[in-house]
Design a protein around this ligand. Structure first.
Ligand code: AMP
Length: 542
């Protein structure tokens, strides 16, 4: 027997409708790409999102079509995002930090029909536009007064395009399981893979993140999502914040300590979210200028392990609560947060910091467990490490246009992380099974660097591991086994790599060894290498 409740569809445009109706006066404040701070409201954002949807429909866009954005966190990006999804089309947030071949691959793989691009990224798009046959129109997210000279074909400014539309439009009507958005994530090898979110998964995930033990957003909050919308939905903030009626403060392109501090202060930001590298920049700026954070109440730090110094400084010196979080694009992305709970609230000093260094516990709607190599469940004893598996309503079951099975028979998804879980449910990442390095919140594929490096004369084998780095969290170290009688040097190898991999992938160090350890199946034993080079420090450049 089915329940007798309404078939109200959990579609994301209902969030914006709710915000406009009940918190219509609430502000969204943007550091615009053109420079000045721009202020708008949820009511305006909804009107303009409806204009976007209507204009898209006029362009022939409909349910299921993919529309790309390459943009910072701004009010315009939010209206475009809701406009696309509210029509039933799919918002493909493109990460501009991918390198050119990857950008070409993902736009073609997604078969995006239009591309909205911020001024900052126009040169990136111009360089690849001739390889993007599916894009019918480029929309530069500015007004005519700021229109740059551009070689892009079929191009118009956003404000001119929008002015030809109006808000007399009704959102699309479709099932809550309809795809809403697409985000590509770089795998260990090969091309990035598309994570295809649904309206339902986004609404549920947004609500999950509103829980008090996650970000606990309420209508009095002013929230600054520094984590970009092209990084897995800005960690659900662009759904969770309008749903709560809180104010959204959008940083635009200003990711440096000074710009972030200015917004935290002038907009009395109460909560924010970013990867550790961004917080490091802010802490340095505060220190150098002897500043305080009187309004900031809590920050979500994740995407990479939050260092001890950051927790101690933010909590003890600036009185800001650190919520250490973990997740991944495939999880929408939030998986755990490290809020204290009834059984841990009393912890003080070192014990408290140690708990906060763990990646945290799951909110309702994420299930998590660890297993050994044979698939047996492992105990939650805080010591035994195993493969970290997850499942829930906002976790991927497949990649876009990929046949490959990614769930086991019980629907568990292997995160590729190695972790232990303690008796109270707090998880700690202890290693990584997947062969990648995360630097400043972006992936570097170790395998790609290795495969390229072995092409260098005199290199027999190459292995790349991540080494802890104070600013970037991790940087690549290239470990080389020379061919017999070869005298290939670090400079030779680096010169060989130059131009063959992205510049920010270039290893920060090269070390030579007599042997590279292998597993029984012939794979390089990265864990052994990571132990061998534990405590390694990169030499300062000459
Ligand atoms: P992404 O899909 O780019 O968000 O990357 C997800 C991956 O980032 C996870 O599977 C982890 O390997 C890593 N990660 C995310 N948050 C943390 C964290 N707090 N500590 C350590 N690693 C993390």
């Amino acid at each position: 027997m089915l329940g007798l409740m309404q078939d109200y569809q959990l579609t994301v445009q209902t969030i914006l409708d709710h915000a406009a109706l009940n918190h219509g006066e609430r502000e969204m404040v943007t550091r615009s790409i053109e420079g000045p701070i721009r202020r708008t409201t949820y009511q305006d954002i909804r009107e303009r999102a409806l204009c976007v949807a209507k204009a898209l429909q006029k362009e022939g866009i409909g349910i299921g079509d993919r529309i790309a954005t390459m943009a910072w966190n701004t009010d315009r990006h939010v209206e475009i995002w809701y406009g696309i999804m509210g029509l039933g089309a799919i918002c493909h947030t493109v990460n501009p930090r991918l390198f050119a071949e990857q950008l070409v691959y993902i736009v073609n793989h997604a078969e995006d029909k239009m591309l909205f691009v911020d001024l900052t990224f126009v040169p990136i798009v111009e360089a690849i536009a001739d390889k993007l046959p599916t894009i019918q129109k480029y929309i530069i997210m500015t007004d005519d007064a700021h229109m740059p000279e551009t070689s892009l074909p079929n191009v118009i400014t956003y404000e001119t395009w929008l002015a030809a539309s109006d808000a007399d439009f009704t959102w699309g009507v479709f099932d809550e399981n309809t795809a809403s958005s697409l985000c590509y994530t770089s795998g260990t090898t090969g091309n990035p893979k598309g994570v295809l979110y649904s309206h339902r998964s986004n609404v549920l995930h947004g609500l999950m993140c509103n829980q008090p033990d996650v970000l606990g957003i309420n209508s009095n909050d002013n929230i600054l999502p520094i984590v970009p919308m092209f990084h897995a939905n800005a960690w659900a903030i662009t759904y969770a914040v309008p749903a709560a009626g809180a104010s959204l403060i959008m940083p635009g392109a200003g990711m440096d300590g000074k710009s972030i501090y200015e917004l935290l202060d002038s907009e009395k930001v109460s909560a924010s979210a970013a990867v550790p590298t961004v917080w490091l920049g802010l802490l340095q700026y505060l220190e150098e200028n002897d500043l305080a954070l009187p309004y900031l109440d809590r920050v979500l730090i994740g995407g990479a392990a939050c260092p001890r110094m950051m927790i101690e400084t933010l909590e003890n010196k600036y009185d800001v609560e650190v919520i250490h979080g973990w997740g991944m694009t495939e999880m929408s992305p939030v998986g755990t947060t490290g809020k204290l709970k009834h059984a841990t609230e009393h912890l003080r000093g070192d014990e408290r910091v140690k708990l906060k260094l763990r990646q945290g516990r799951t909110p309702y709607m994420v299930e998590m467990k660890i297993i050994d190599d044979e698939g047996n469940d492992l105990p939650r004893d805080g010591a035994t490490s195993g493969h970290l598996l997850v499942r829930g309503p906002a976790i991927s079951k497949a990649y876009f246009k990929h046949d490959e099975e990614i769930l086991d028979q019980d629907d568990w998804f292997d995160t590729g992380d190695i972790a232990n879980i303690d008796e109270l449910g707090y998880m700690q990442i202890t290693d990584r099974d997947k062969d990648v390095i995360k630097s400043g919140g972006e992936w570097i594929s170790s395998i790609e660097i290795e495969n390229t490096a072995v092409g260098c004369e005199g290199v027999a084998e190459a292995a790349v591991i991540g080494i802890a780095h104070p600013k970037w969290t991790e940087r690549p170290l290239l470990i080389i086994l020379r061919k017999e009688d070869s005298e290939v040097s670090a400079a030779d190898v680096l010169a060989y790599l130059d131009g063959k991999i992205a510049t920010w992938w270039m290893p920060d160090g090269v070390e030579f060894v007599d042997e590279i350890p292998h597993t029984a199946t012939g794979k390089i034993q990265k864990m052994t290498l990571r132990e061998q080079f534990g405590g390694y420090a990169f030499k300062a450049p000459d």
